[in-house]
Design a protein around this ligand. Structure first.
Ligand code: HEM
Length: 523
C-alpha cells in the first residue's frame, strides 16, 4: 500500500511538471483523454492512499490496550468486506479470518462505527450483565429513527427493567400459554386444512402468516379480520424501512415507514380508548394481552405514548424471528431424516397417549417434548436467527485485559460462538442429540441474548415452534425442494422453503407408528 502511495505521488508530480513546462493551458485539452482519466485515477488513488496511511497512523496511535485488529479504510472501515462475507454462505468467514490473526476479540470499523467485535462468550457475558452506565443498546441509524423514544429496545435503567419484567412475566404465565396454545392450534389448522395432497407449500410464508396472528393476539388481542389485515400491511411497510438510508424526506423509504408507524399508532390508540370505555373490572383483573398488562400498571410511568411505542416496537423482534425459527427447523429436519423420525415418534407417542386419555394437548405437553425442544435449540444454534447484538460503551471499560474506549460499539457476534468447534463438536452438523442432558443456561448458547435484556418472548417462540412442528409431523409427510439459507440483512430462505406435502392417512399413520416403534433412532 505504501509503495502505491509513493508511486502515485511520483506520477502526479511528473505529470504536473510536464504540464507546467508546456506553458500552454490548451495542452491540457490536447492531451489524450485516456491519459486524463489515468491522471485522475492516479490522483484519486494517491489521495485515498494518503488518507489510508494517516488513518492507520491515527488508529495505531490510539491502540493502548485496544484489542488487535484492522480499522480498514477511512469512513467505510471494513464494512465492504463484512457485507461481502455476510451475503456468502459462510458469513462468519469475516470473523474466522480475524480470529485466526488476532484472537476471539478484535477491533474493526463497520457500519460507520469503531467497533470491538467479540466472539468470546466470557466477554459477551460480561457485556450482557453490565448496567446502562457501562453499555447501552446500539442499532443502525434507520432503526433508531423508526423506534419510539420510549421503546423497550432503546430505554435503559429502571423503566426498561419494569417493562421487561411485566412483559416477560405475562409471556411466561400459564394463563397466556394456555390461551395462545388454543389460538395457535386454530390458526395452524386453518392453514393446514386448505393444503391439498401433493401441493407445494412455502413454509416461510405460511409460518409468517401464523406467527403474525399469534403475535398480534398476544400484544393487543386482535383476531383475524380487517384490523389485522390493516396492521399487517402497515407493519410490512414499517419493517421495510428498518434497514434503509436514514433520510427522512417525503418519498424516501424511511419517511414511508414513519407514516406506516403513525397509522399503526392510530389503530392501537383507538383500541386503548375502547378498552377504557369498558368497565375496569372486566379487563383489568385478568390481562388478556400485553396491552392489558401495561394499562393495568398502577404507577404513573407507563403513559399512553410509552405503551403505544412499545406495542409497535415489540413487534420488531417478535415478527420475523419465530417464522424463521419454524422454517429453519423444517429445513434442518428435512436434511436429517434420523432427527425427523425421532421427532415424529416423540410427537406421535404424545398424540396416542392423549387420545387414550381422551384429553386435548395443553401448552405443558408441547413444552415437555424433550427431543422437539432439542431440535429447536439446535436450530437456533446453527441457524442463528439473530446473528448478534450491538452495545455502545458509555465509558472506558476493561474486560479480560482488553480496553473498550468510551463511545465505541461492541458487536457480540453469536454466530461465531455457536459455530466454534471448541464449544460444539462438529459445529456445522445438525445434531439435536448434543443437547441431551445439557444445561443451556451454563453453556455458550445465547440465541435469546442474556442478562437484563434476555428475550422476554423466548418461551412464546419455543411454544409456537413446538406446536407448529407437532401439527406438521402429525398430519403430513413432506418432500423438501432445493433451497438455501440467506443470512443478510436478515436470515431467511432464498425460495421461501418450498415443500410438497402429503397427508398422512389414518391407516398409513398407524403403520408408520409401528415402523417407528421397531427402530432405534439414537445416533
Ligand atoms: C426465535 C425467536 C426469537 C429470538 C431468536 C429472539 C432473540 C432475541 C435477542 C437475542 C434479544 C436480545 C437483544 C439485546 O440484547 O439487545 C431479544 C430481545 C427481545 N425480544 Fe426476542 N427473540 C425471539 C422472539 C421474540 C418474540 C416472539 C417476542 C415477542 C414480542 C420477542 C420480544 C423481545 C423483546 C421485547 C426484546 C427486548 C428486551 C429488552 O431489551 O429488554 N422476541 N430477542
Amino acid at each position: 500500500m505504501y509503495g502505491l502511495y509513493i508511486n502515485s505521488v511520483f506520477l502526479v508530480t511528473m505529470l504536473l511538471y510536464n504540464f507546467t513546462q508546456s506553458q500552454r493551458l490548451s495542452m491540457l485539452f490536447e492531451m489524450d483523454y485516456k491519459l486524463m482519466i489515468g491522471l485522475l485515477a492516479v490522483m484519486i488513488s494517491s489521495i485515498a492512499a494518503m488518507l489510508y496511511e494517516s488513518w492507520k497512523r491515527v488508529t495505531r496511535g490510539r491502540d493502548h490496550g485496544l484489542p488487535p485488529g484492522d480499522m480498514g479504510w477511512p469512513l467505510i472501515g471494513e464494512t465492504l468486506e463484512f457485507v461481502s462475507c455476510a451475503v456468502s454462505p459462510r458469513p462468519e468467514s469475516f470473523m474466522d479470518r480475524r480470529r485466526a490473526m488476532y484472537g476471539k476479540v478484535f477491533k474493526s470499523h463497520i457500519f460507520g462505527s469503531a467497533t470491538i467485535v467479540s466472539t468470546d462468550e466470557e466477554v459477551n457475558r460480561y457485556v450482557f450483565q453490565s448496567d446502562a452506565k457501562t453499555f447501552v443498546p446500539s442499532y443502525p441509524r434507520s432503526i433508531m429513527e423508526l423506534m419510539g423514544k420510549s421503546s423497550i429496545l432503546l430505554i435503559n435503567g429502571s423503566l426498561q427493567r419494569k417493562i421487561h419484567g411485566l412483559v416477560g412475566a405475562f409471556f411466561k404465565s400459564s394463563q397466556h400459554k394456555s390461551q395462545i396454545t388454543v389460538y395457535m392450534e386454530k390458526y395452524i389448522e386453518e392453514a393446514m386444512n386448505s393444503w391439498k395432497n401433493g401441493q407445494l407449500i412455502h413454509i416461510q410464508e405460511v409460518t409468517k402468516h401464523i406467527a403474525f396472528q399469534v403475535l398480534v393476539k398476544s400484544l393487543i388481542n386482535l383476531n383475524p379480520g380487517e384490523d389485522m389485515q390493516f396492521l399487517k400491511k402497515q407493519f410490512q411497510e414499517f419493517n421495510a424501512g428498518l434497514m434503509s438510508l436514514p433520510i427522512k424526506l417525503p418519498g424516501t423509504r424511511l419517511y414511508r415507514s414513519l407514516q406506516a408507524r403513525e397509522k399503526m399508532i392510530k389503530l392501537i390508540r383507538k383500541i386503548i380508548e375502547e378498552r377504557r370505555r369498558i368497565s375496569e373490572a372486566t379487563y383489568f383483573t385478568t390481562p388478556r394481552d400485553v396491552l392489558d398488562v401495561l394499562l393495568n400498571d398502577n404507577g404513573d410511568q407507563l403513559t399512553d405514548d410509552l405503551i403505544l411505542d412499545n406495542m409497535i416496537d415489540m413487534m420488531i423482534p417478535g415478527e420475523d424471528s419465530v417464522p424463521v425459527l419454524m422454517t429453519l427447523s423444517v429445513k434442518y429436519l428435512s436434511d436429517c431424516p434420523l432427527a425427523l423420525k425421532q421427532l415424529e415418534e416423540e410427537n406421535m407417542e404424545l398424540h396416542r397417549q392423549k387420545a387414550r386419555l381422551g384429553e386435548q394437548l395443553d401448552w405443558n405437553d408441547y413444552m415437555s417434548l424433550s427431543f422437539t425442544q432439542n431440535v429447536i435449540t439446535e436450530t437456533l444454534r446453527m441457524g442463528n436467527v439473530i446473528i448478534g447484538v450491538m452495545r455502545k460503551a458509555m465509558k472506558r471499560v476493561e474486560i479480560k485485559g482488553y480496553t473498550i474506549p468510551k463511545g465505541w460499539c461492541v458487536f457480540m457476534y453469536f454466530r461465531s460462538v455457536h459455530l466454534d468447534g471448541n464449544n460444539y463438536a462438529d459445529p456445522y452438523k445438525f445434531n439435536p442429540w448434543r443437547w441431551q442432558d445439557k444445561d443451556i443456561g451454563t453453556c455458550s448458547f445465547t440465541a435469546f441474548g442474556g442478562g437484563k435484556r434476555l428475550c422476554p418472548g423466548m418461551d412464546l417462540a419455543r411454544l409456537e415452534t413446538s406446536i407448529f412442528l407437532h401439527q406438521f409431523v402429525d398430519r403430513f409427510r413432506w418432500v423438501a425442494e432445493d433451497d438455501s439459507i440467506i443470512n443478510f440483512p436478515t436470515v431467511r430462505m432464498k425460495k421461501r422453503m418450498p415443500v410438497r406435502v402429503h397427508k398422512k392417512e389414518e391407516k398409513n399413520l398407524n403403520h408408520l407408528v409401528e415402523t417407528i416403534n421397531k427402530q432405534s433412532y439414537r445416533q
